[in-house]
Structure formats: C-alpha cells, structure tokens
Design a protein around this ligand. Structure first.
Ligand code: PXG
Length: 303
C-alpha cells in the first residue's frame, strides 16, 4: 500500500497475551491457526461472522448475537454444523480457557473447502472458527472529544443485493468507505444507502438526538441491526426519551443537537464533526453521555 495508508493508527497497541483460537473442535496456537486456500470464505467472502464482547467473564447478549449469526447463515444458505446449545457451550469453553475477563470474541462460519468454482454445493463442510482476544477500543480522548467523520461516497450494499442485514465476510464496501475516511484524515465515516439515506458507520450504527428525541434509521432498511443499537434503544425508552426509527438524511445529521455511534467494540461514542461541520455544541452531548453510562452499567451487570 502507498501514501498515508502505510503504518498503523497512532493508538494501535501490541498484544500482551496470546489469543485463544478454536477451529472445528480443536484448539490451535496463532502460528498453527490456518484455513485452506480453497475455503470459500477466503475465495469469495462466502461466510458469516459475529463480534461479541465479554465483560467480567460474562458474554454480553449472547442470545441476540447467535440469533443474528444463525439468521445470517440461513439467509446465505449456509448450514452451521453446530446446534445452538452446542455453540453456546463452545463459546463458554473458549472464553473460560482464554482467561481474559474483558474479551472480544470473533466467531466465524465459512462455507468451507470447495474448488475454484463458486458453486457452494462443492463445499461439504462449513468451518466454525472462534477467536478470543483482547478488545481494541477507541482511545479515551475520542470518548471525551467525540469522533470526526465524513460522509462516504461509497454506499452500503443495496438491500436487495448483498443485504446489509447479513453479517457476511464481505466487508469490502465498508472498508472502501473507511479508506475514504482515512484519506480525509478523519476518524470515521457515515455511509448512505444507494438512495442517499443515512445508513450506518463503517462498523457501527448511528443515532441523532433532536430536541430530546432519539432518531435512528429503521432496522428493516439497509443496515446491520446492531446488538448495541437494540440495547441503546431499550435504555433510551427506560430513560423516557422519545425514540423514533425513521429514515434520516444528512440534513438531519448536520442540524442534530447530538450525533453518536454504537457498536460492540466502541459501545456508545459521540461524533462532533461531520463533513467539516460542527455537530451540536462540538462536544459529546448530555444524552450521548447518559446513554454511554447506562450502557456500561448494563454491560457490566451482565444482562
Ligand atoms: N454496522 C456494521 C456494518 C457492523 O459491522 C455494527 C453496525 C454494530 O453492531 P453491533 O452488534 O456490534 O452493535 C457493526 C459491528 C470493528 C468491527 O472493528 C465492527 C463490526 C465488525 C467487525 C469489526 O469496529 N461490526
């Protein structure tokens, strides 16, 4: 790669402890954790995945993550070779073996080994991979000051093409959008759908606060229905904020009192600059902060 994509983001840190890796029933160390070059997950991005957090040794919203994984697999016509209760047990076991109290689980199901044609019927066995590692968050100053962002020219996949509701291994459009953000020297990107409506960030869902009401794009449209998004919607209702799942466009973002993003890794994080405009007061607002606090309490309580 060339130019400004060389090197690492300034806050990337080095691992302190080895990840725990489980592939199709066997533990392997990092050097031996390998999949075939004929796996269609590699050849075609043909597979699905989840990113899940562990707080104080308890898996956060495992049920919702597995619902989404099995639904993604169903939509992609992949049969996961483990029943739900067996998958539950595997995750519990790998997390316990890792010894990491606050961990990130990457759970991947690939189509499996096939030939160089794309016909999935040539792949007999989907592979299940579970990696338990430390979690990389945004640095603390981004939570205090908020993220900077631009709206990306690359739209999310059309909902009738590769549905954004499938958490598939093909993230290229989101990566291309992320690259636009890197090239523009900002932290994140806001992605639109092919009709120009606001969809989501590169790996997070998006909310605005306008006159005390929370607004977020509807889950049935062209976005991933985030587990964090759902939890924040519940917390906002509990805190008696008005909540609307409505189509938004960039006007709604530019004129919002607050703008924030939600995701498993980031939790709840404000955006204070978008397309060079200052959003709201230019610092993460009171609703963002309150929901971030409530989310942390919920996650560390383990519900
Ligand atoms: N939209 C997209 C496209 C995502 O990939 C979310 C929303 C938020 O969903 P959850 O369930 O996490 O609240 C995601 C999350 C990363 C990273 O490094 C994030 C995700 C996947 C892979 C990496 O930030 N997904």
């Amino acid at each position: 790669m060339t130019g400004r994509f060389q090197g690492k983001a300034s806050w990337v840190s080095f691992r302190t402890m080895a990840p725990t890796i489980w592939i199709d029933g066997k533990y392997c160390d990092e050097a031996n954790a390998k999949i075939s070059v004929f796996d269609h997950g590699l050849l075609y991005g043909d597979g699905v995945f989840e990113g899940i957090r562990v707080y104080n040794r308890r898996i956060f919203r495992l049920h919702q993550h597995l619902d989404r994984l099995y639904a993604s697999a169903k939509a992609a016509w992949i049969e996961i070779p483990l029943a739900r209760d067996a998958m539950d047990r595997v995750l519990g076991e790998v997390v316990a073996k890792s010894g990491i109290a606050d961990a990130y689980i990457r759970l991947i199901v690939t189509r499996g080994i096939g030939d160089l044609g794309l016909d999935p019927r040539k792949c007999s066995n989907p592979s299940v991979i579970c990696i338990v590692d430390h979690i990389q968050l945004w640095p603390p100053d981004r939570y205090e000051k908020g993220l900077t962002a631009v709206s990306a020219a690359t739209p999310v996949n059309h909902r009738e093409s590769l549905s954004p509701r499938i958490k598939s291994l093909n993230y290229l459009s989101h990566i291309l959008a992320k690259v636009e953000g890197i090239a523009a020297g900002v932290d994140e990107v806001v992605m639109l759908d092919s009709a120009g409506l606001v969809a989501e960030a590169s790996g997070m869902n998006l909310f605005v606060v306008a006159n005390g009401t929370l607004k977020t794009p509807p889950a049935y449209g062209g976005i991933l229905r985030g587990v964090t998004r759902d939890a924040v919607l519940e917390l906002a209702r509990e805190a008696t904020y008005g909540v609307e799942e409505v189509p938004l466009n960039r006007y709604d973002l530019y004129t919002a009192n607050e703008l924030f993003l939600t995701g498993t890794a980031a939790e709840v994080i404000g955006v204070t600059k978008l397309d060079a405009r200052t959003i709201g007061a230019g610092v993460p607002g009171p609703v963002t902060k309150e929901l971030a606090r409530r989310f942390k309490a919920l996650a560390t309580r383990g519900d």
